[in-house]
Ligand binder design. Structure first.
Ligand code: HEM
Length: 190
């Protein structure tokens, strides 16, 4: 099926907003989890693991959608450095969306802990049991979570810059699937 290359597909937009909510929730659940010493810790961890695996599956689907339907081009008058920053941050977000759940899963495997989805479904280990690897992956999971949070903040700031300052149609293109506005004609004041 052929779609308009100047708009985001419905699948791309649904995945974008669904994953935005899930990832922000996961960052807060993760921080809440490590800050809890009560039985709330086990309760949050029981949510954190299946939600993280769901994010991994959605990230793979989203990458496939992204490769099949490239996003609409950024406004032609956007400075090259901002285009480069957008491209780099979008790919960094993809890397982190895939790496975070995989590192979480590998970390628990290295620690010899079961990765349970619910009460009966147990995922296979993806890393050999190793205490040093567990410690390294645990640090990596926390560090990448901070990087993901900072990249998310930069992404939000850029979205608001497009939506409120440049008003170039980039934000509505992801909100409603409309086409990005063409660059304004240069008006000669003379
Ligand atoms: C997008 C996916 C994920 C995000 C955003 C995320 C985020 C986080 C965050 C923010 C923390 C707290 C880090 C810290 O402050 O040190 C954390 C800890 C943790 N995460 Fe994840 N995580 C994800 C996926 C996963 C997955 C798939 C698993 C396992 C299957 C997992 C297992 C854990 C464990 C075991 C901890 C440490 C809990 C503790 O020390 O009490 N995470 N995660």
């Amino acid at each position: 099926m052929r779609t308009d290359p100047n708009t985001f597909t419905l699948a791309a937009r649904v995945l974008h907003w669904l994953m935005a909510v899930l990832i922000v929730a996961m960052l807060f659940i993760g921080v809440g989890m490590v800050a809890s010493v009560s039985e709330r810790h086990a309760w949050l961890l029981a949510i954190h693991k299946p939600l993280g695996i769901a994010i991994l599956i959605l990230a793979i689907v989203r990458l496939a959608v992204r490769l099949r339907h490239p996003p609409p081009p950024l406004p032609a008058d956007l400075p090259a450095i901002q285009k480069l920053a957008a491209l780099a941050s979008h790919w960094l977000l993809y890397v982190l969306m895939l790496a975070m759940p995989l590192i979480g899963w590998a970390m628990l495997s290295a620690g010899g802990y079961p990765v349970m989805l619910g009460t009966s479904l147990r995922l296979p280990p993806i890393f050999p049991t190793n205490a040093v690897a567990f410690a390294v992956l645990r640090h990596l999971h926390g560090g990448f979570a901070m990087l993901l949070f900072l990249t998310f903040l930069a992404h939000m700031a850029a979205a608001l810059y497009h939506g409120l300052i440049r008003r170039d149609g980039v934000l509505p293109s992801m909100l409603r699937g409309v086409k990005t506005a063409p660059p304004l004609e240069h008006v000669d004041p003379s």
